[in-house]
Design a protein around this ligand. Structure first.
Ligand code: PLP
Length: 391
């Protein structure tokens, strides 16, 4: 009889399992509490109450007002609504056409901005990043023009985990009266989401990165920020996002966010301890490998590397055979042969970028998981290099 294969999941930046406590909170809203939140009878009112309570829970964690929280279908939708919504509203008010962003954004931001440039006549300035993937707030300040209508810079990078100086960029944007959006999808649960301290006007979150289901997101929009709805229809979400509310998922994302911040210290110190052991172990055991992203100012669960003279995708396949789930970049770009735009923007040579591997830890990972990866990874890399024509 074959033993059950060991699975070590180290791809929490791609997605997380749903916390059983979240499932439990959601379940009644699929069945006995199934009402449409717009209906006036008690079943509808019960659903409305659940949504508004979820909104208050989220608002409290963000130090925001409940009416500043919009529930969306995912992080990508939140990014799209923030960027398009502000860009078109600002243009309509005659404020201008110019957007500032970075070259290391997730495609949900990057491709949205590109489309605005290519098809809708907006102009885009990409502020550079340094070798760690950090944006210099002074570069953002220098890029601002009279017609700048939006700045969008991510809070923490999904591939290399680098944390951006959001509060400082926000201060500069605020001084000039320019709406500032941050994609905080990877930061949720790992960093403070206090919108006042961060000086942000719009912030995107995605449930499946913090143990809520896939297919639910949040957009925070500071009161007074111009925003044209991108999905029109009924008057849901205060006329900012039409569509009958997904009550169970809204309950789920709020429950998951609450748990993430109640257990913030213990979860983050747990993953950070494992991450440090993993980074140290890999750098010690394997030659010609380097850490990507900032050495210290990075997400507590992110360990990302370049293995020279080895294909990242081949390493992933080798790890998969051993039951280890990892990634070579963002989930959406792995599988593509193009080197990561993030690594290239950081000045990493394309031949190195092909050897990138990202391991991202989560609540359920153990010390034994790390030991197991440290045991199986070195021979995989060694074997691939022995076969490589370049080594
Ligand atoms: N932004 C970042 C930084 C991400 O990592 C992701 C998902 O990988 C997204 C946006 C998109 O979120 P969703 O998968 O909910 O659309």
């Amino acid at each position: 009889m074959s033993e059950k294969k060991r699975i070590v999941y180290m791809d929490h930046a791609a997605t997380t399992p749903v916390d059983p406590r979240v499932v439990e909170a959601m379940l009644p809203y699929f069945t006995e509490k199934f009402g449409n939140a717009s209906s006036i009878y008690s079943l509808g009112r019960e659903a409305r109450q659940a949504i508004e309570e979820a909104r208050r829970t989220v608002a409290e964690i963000l130090h925001a007002k409940p009416e500043e929280i919009i529930f969306t279908s995912c992080g990508s939708e939140s990014d799209n609504l923030a960027i398009r919504g502000v860009a078109f509203a600002q243009r309509h008010r005659g404020k201008g056409n110019h957007i500032i962003t970075s070259p290391i954004e997730h495609h949900a931001v990057g491709h949205t901005v590109e489309q605005l440039e290519k098809y809708f006549g907006f102009e885009v300035t990409y502020v550079p990043v340094d070798k760690y993937g950090v944006v210099d707030p002074d570069d953002v300040g220098r890029a601002i023009r009279d017609d700048t209508i939006l700045i969008t810079i991510m809070y923490a990078n999904n591939e290399v985990g680098t944390i951006e100086p959001i509060a400082e960029i926000g201060k500069i944007a605020r001084k000039k009266g320019i709406p500032f959006h941050t994609d905080a999808v990877q930061a949720a649960g790992a960093l403070s989401l206090n919108v006042d301290e961060l000086n942000v006007d719009l912030m995107s979150l995605s449930g499946h990165k913090f143990y809520a289901p896939k297919g639910i997101g949040i957009l925070y929009v500071r009161k007074g920020t111009p925003l044209l709805p991108m999905q029109t229809g009924g008057g849901h979400e205060q006329n900012r996002r039409a569509g009958t509310e997904n009550v169970p998922y809204i309950v789920g994302i709020a429950t998951a966010l609450k748990i993430a911040y109640e257990e913030f210290e213990s979860n983050n110190s747990h993953v950070k301890r494992l991450r440090d052991k993993l980074i140290q172990g890999i750098l010690e055991r394997i030659p010609d490998v380097y850490l990507t992203g900032h050495p210290t100012n990075r997400l507590p669960n992110n360990a990302s590397f370049v293995f020279k003279n080895a294909e990242g995708e081949s390493i992933l396949l080798g790890l998969d055979l051993k039951g280890v789930c990892a990634s070579s970049g963002s989930a959406c770009t792995s599988g593509s042969l193009e080197p990561s735009h993030v690594l290239l923007a950081m000045g990493i040579p394309p031949e190195d970028a092909h050897g990138s591997v990202r391991l991202t830890l989560g609540r359920d990972n153990t010390e034994e998981d790390v030991d197991y990866v440290l045991e199986v990874l070195p021979p995989i890399v060694q074997r691939l290099r022995a076969m490589s024509p370049f080594s």
